[in-house]
Design a binder for this molecule. Structure first.
Ligand code: URA
Length: 434
């Protein structure tokens, strides 16, 4: 078999066999297939697409390219959740304890962030003492004991995807639906869950800007999951403004804790209840989403979700007192309010701009080597539909001392659109694909 023939076949719109896809992926992982041939093939895929079976074969080949977690020794249906990413997305911090308290075993590998703010792992590291790595035996033992463990994903999980994603990033081939779907699902499959709930975000702060593309991506990923024997459900959700109010690592941990206490922002609570309900149903713990939701609401109201969070933090070496004493989390030295210049209603908040502003404060990484400042970020004071008067605060910047905040303030001003009339309010949940 030759890479040249595989590239030519796809360039002409042919359908690749499982053996051809495997030849490419295993060869590329080993370093036998050079970057220029991999780039040519991904560009051919970008234009010609992949049939559902090719997408599933690509996913499995990438999942097989490295370590695979074996969760079979854990009792129950292991359900994973994945979000395609958005600004202020701290759902894992809420959902993990919430569904674990309902009896669903959650053995989760998460990533660090590259971009606006940190990933789940960076956010957890804002909790003093919290350890994000542990050996496999301890990981499984912790899930068996308390139903929940979250560790940093290693480079040995789906290494083909790691290499290919980095190549796509610099060859303008990231935004191909079959390639994104195979990339996401290969990691989920390698991470070992029996069932997967996907949160596909759409809007100004998401990868997918158009509803049609988001549904397409959701359909493609659900089909892959079902084709490879993992029950998969996707919710398509709104990312036209940041999720919740907080953007920035420790600030997001605070908001997640408030949500576990039943005092968090409505959109974050609603999203967690919707995703959590799907997780409970897939785990066989509830008859249907409404029954699951009632159960999850009780778990929040009774304090069981917060207690599970404390148990989880303590199990991974963190200080569980952060749940009751916010001051134990890192805090920025400066609080700088950005004020509205007009009266009216918040019509739009460019989520990506807010994310970039948080990154400019130091909350995110531009390159893998950057060090994140866990304390800094942005807390919105207004969301879409809120009334505002000139001089009122749009958002607070949490910054370090001696930083010139002029440019960040301008970014925040530009992110908000204020109109005379109240806008139509959208739902967080836009649809479900199963
Ligand atoms: N997220 C991924 O994990 N992979 C992609 O290709 C795009 C987004």
């Amino acid at each position: 078999m030759r890479m040249y023939d595989i590239i030519l076949k796809k360039r002409r719109g042919g359908t690749l066999s499982a053996a051809e896809i495997d030849f490419f992926i295993q060869g590329y992982t080993r370093g036998d297939v050079p970057d220029y041939q991999a780039a040519a093939l991904t560009m051919a895929i970008f234009f010609q697409g992949l049939e559902p079976e090719e997408t599933a074969d690509l996913t499995l080949a990438m999942a097989r390219s490295g370590d695979r977690a074996d969760l079979s020794s854990l009792p129950g249906v292991k359900v994973d959740k994945h979000s395609t990413g958005g600004v202020g997305d701290k759902t894992t911090l809420v959902l993990g304890p919430l569904v674990a308290a309902a009896g669903v075993p959650v053995a989760k590998m998460s990533g660090r962030g590259l971009g606006h703010t940190g990933g789940t792992i960076d956010k957890l590291e804002a909790i003093p003492g919290f350890r994000v790595s542990m050996d496999n035996r301890s990981f499984l033992e912790q899930v068996r004991r308390i139903n929940l463990a979250v560790v940093a994903q290693t480079g040995h999980l789906a290494p083909a995807d790691k290499k290919l994603y980095a190549l796509r990033d610099v060859t303008a081939t990231v935004d191909s639906i079959p390639l994104i779907a195979a990339s996401v699902m290969s990691k989920k499959i390698a991470a070992g869950a029996d069932a997967i709930v996907l949160d596909v975000k759409v809007g100004s702060g998401a990868f997918m800007k158009k509803l049609e593309d988001a549904f397409n991506l959701a359909r493609t990923m659900v089909d892959i999951g079902n084709q490879v024997g993992r029950k998969t459900v996707a919710l398509v959700t709104n990312m036209d403004q940041p999720l919740g109010y907080a953007v920035g690592n420790a600030l997001e941990v605070r908001e997640a804790i408030a949500t576990l206490k039943g005092q968090g922002p409505e959109d974050l609570r609603e999203l967690c209840l919707q995703l959590g309900s799907e997780m409970l149903v897939l785990a066989g713990m509830a008859e249907d989403p409404p029954a699951a939701r009632t159960r999850l609401e009780q778990i929040i109201d009774s304090g069981a979700a917060l207690n599970k969070f404390k148990e989880f933090v303590a199990a991974q070496g963190g200080n569980p007192e952060v749940a009751d004493r916010e001051e134990l989390l890192p805090a920025a030295a400066v609080l700088y309010p950005v004020q509205a210049k007009l009266d009216g209603y918040i019509a739009e908040i460019q989520a990506e701009q807010i994310g970039l502003a948080a990154m400019a404060l130091g909350a995110g990484r531009a390159t893998k080597e950057d060090v994140i400042d866990l304390a800094v970020g942005i807390v919105l004071k207004k969301k879409i539909g809120d009334k505002i008067s000139a001089g009122e605060t749009l958002a607070d910047l949490h910054a370090q001392k001696d930083m010139d905040l002029t440019a960040v303030e301008q970014m925040i001003q530009q992110a908000f659109t204020i109109n005379g009339a109240p806008p139509a309010q959208g739902n967080i949940l836009l649809g479900k694909v199963s």
